[in-house]
Design a protein around this ligand. Structure first.
Ligand code: C5P
Length: 302
């Protein structure tokens, strides 16, 4: 029988996000509290001789070399060969549920799941720190997924400090179907805040920008939110509707456009997710009620 392995790749939300300054490489230093949530893509890895192939189901997405899953698999395979291991291949299937370009880091989670899955399928047993270093090359959000379910991230995303007393509860995710470019949102924020590669107006150590859970919950803050909300005013109406339906903490995730609200109880969250498309009739959006995760689905694979 062929060796096979399946993994769930969770989405993330940002419960707090500050942009500190612009770096000489053009990326921005951040201080953000990220949390995994129970909305998943599903990946299956099947051993094959030497080739890397990918099949996609669910939400449409290109399955060519531009796909982060294939990029992650190719990177791991190259590293393995460079270190003197024999070349191995895999057929990967990706069932896509997490919306793309949504601020939920679905592509980064898929890339992390690929590194975790192939590390096991190919019996490399490399430590997660090594996989996280490889993942950082693929995208700023990838390293977080090796240290979930909750962590402070800094640098451009590569410095990850796990949080043990993670926040508990239910989340309603609302994805208005608007394509948002992360790069464009960062550019607009930098120009508005006067951040340049030369200067750094907010010259604060990221560790100093880690408020307590109580402070975070009292003052929802994502520096990128006003950029995306100004560009797409419809998002203000979505936020207001989430508040009207009982959401206690309503914020945009990452560069958006996904908005989320926290709820204490599952039933309340599920009811709100069902109501959202009805209340906002005429607006193309999807809504899910999902838990904040207590454990990372990748943890048991290591
Ligand atoms: O790393 P990733 O591919 O997710 O980043 C997408 C874009 O978002 C980058 O090309 C960059 O313009 C912007 N970005 C940034 N600073 C970060 C993360 C992302 O400027 N810390």
């Amino acid at each position: 029988m062929k060796q096979q392995l399946s993994l769930q790749a969770p989405a993330k939300i940002n419960l707090y996000l500050r942009v500190l300054n612009q770096r000489s490489d053009g990326f921005h230093n951040l201080s953000s509290l990220m949390h995994m949530v129970g909305l998943y893509d599903r990946l299956t890895f099947e051993a094959q001789e030497t080739d890397l192939t990918l099949a996609i189901s669910g939400n449409p997405l290109p399955s060519d070399a531009s796909n982060l899953v294939l990029k992650a698999a190719t990177l791991l395979q190259k590293e393995m060969i460079d270190e003197g291991y024999p070349r191995k291949g895999a057929h990967i299937t990706l069932h896509k549920t997490i919306p793309v370009s949504a601020g939920l880091a679905g592509g980064s989670s898929d890339a992390a799941a690929t590194l975790v899955g192939l590390n096991r399928l190919w019996s490399l047993f490399w430590p997660k720190q090594k996989l996280a270093r490889l993942g950082a090359v693929l995208g700023s959000d990838v390293p977080f997924f090796f240290d979930g379910p909750a962590a402070w991230i800094s640098g451009r995303g590569e410095k990850v400090t796990p949080v043990s007393d993670n926040i508990q509860g239910w989340v309603v995710l609302v994805h208005p179907e608007i394509p948002v470019s992360t790069a464009a949102v960062f550019r607009a924020y930098a120009s508005r805040a006067g951040l340049t590669k030369q200067g750094s107006p907010l010259n604060i150590k990221p560790e100093k920008l880690r408020p307590s859970e109580t402070e975070i919950l009292a003052h929802p803050l994502n520096d990128l939110e006003s950029v995306t909300l100004t560009r797409f005013p419809l998002l203000n109406a979505v936020k207001q509707t989430l508040r009207d339906l009982g959401g206690v903490f309503v914020l945009m995730s990452g560069s958006g456009p996904t908005l989320f609200a926290l709820f204490g109880h599952q039933e309340e969250a599920e009811k709100t997710a069902r109501q959202m498309p009805k209340v906002m009739r005429g607006t193309a959006l999807k809504a899910w009620a999902v838990p904040l995760l207590w454990t990372s689905p990748f943890e048991e694979i290591f």
